[in-house]
Design a protein. Structure first.
Lengths: 114, 112
């Protein structure tokens, strides 16, 4: 059983560009969350998708957007990249409607903005 | 608002010694609490979680944590450190709102 998978593993972009990161949830999971982990810090919640809709959002600007597909996979899009967007982007999946968050994390995509 | 404080960004222990990683939380309602481990260049792996059942929670790899409401703490312990325990450890809290609030992490170093 494959766990959470993410692509690509690494990515280098230039300021002002746009980027799309992809995530496939663990089998049986229908909820996908995205987190940003800056170097030396803990992950910060970006948003969560369930039933193809954004269910909850953290304190991130509108430059960060997402999408969930009918097969539960998800994309994270970041527009107008800033140097400060350089981070490890983690995708996590879980099964809703459980109240207790128990998320499985993918290996992450390392984004470098130059 | 929920928050998590992890005391000590780096903890160094000798192999075979007790591991103690500290976590204090702030929550307006009974929280769910978690410990995750992150090895270099990898994602997060769940070690254990507290969900209002037993206050002493046992996890994988010999780790355990005790929920102490009076101290608002959820410290992670392991009786005997192994070299393979060297990693970054994150404490996280959730009030059932489907998102995790993480601490800033503690890097565990294990000396031979």
């Amino acid at each position: 059983d494959a766990g959470v998978t993410q692509s690509p593993t690494h990515l280098i972009k230039t300021r002002g560009q746009q980027v799309t990161l992809r995530c496939s949830p663990k089998s049986g999971h229908d909820t996908v969350s995205w987190y940003q982990q800056a170097l030396g810090q803990g992950p910060q919640f970006i948003f969560q998708y369930y039933e193809e809709e954004e269910r909850q959002r953290g304190n991130f600007p509108d430059r960060f957007s997402g999408h969930q597909f009918p097969n539960y996979s998800s994309e994270l899009n970041v527009n107008a990249l800033l140097l400060g967007d350089s981070a490890l982007y983690l995708c996590a999946s879980s099964f809703s409607p459980g109240q207790v968050v128990s998320e499985y994390f993918g290996p992450g995509t390392r984004l470098t903005v130059t | 608002a929920q928050s998590v404080t992890q005391l000590g960004s780096h903890v160094s222990v000798s192999e075979g010694a007790l591991v103690l990683l500290r976590c204090n939380y702030s929550s307006s309602v009974p929280p769910y609490l978690f410990w995750y481990v992150q090895y270099p260049n990898q994602g997060l792996q769940l070690l254990l979680k507290y969900t209002s059942a037993a206050t002493l929670v046992k996890g994988i790899n010999g780790f355990e944590a005790e929920f102490k409401k009076s101290e608002t703490s959820f410290h992670l312990t392991k009786p005997s450190a192994h070299m393979s325990d060297a990693a970054e450890y994150f404490c996280a809290v959730s009030e059932g709102s489907y998102k995790l609030i993480f601490g800033s992490g503690t890097r565990l170093l294990v000396r031979p």
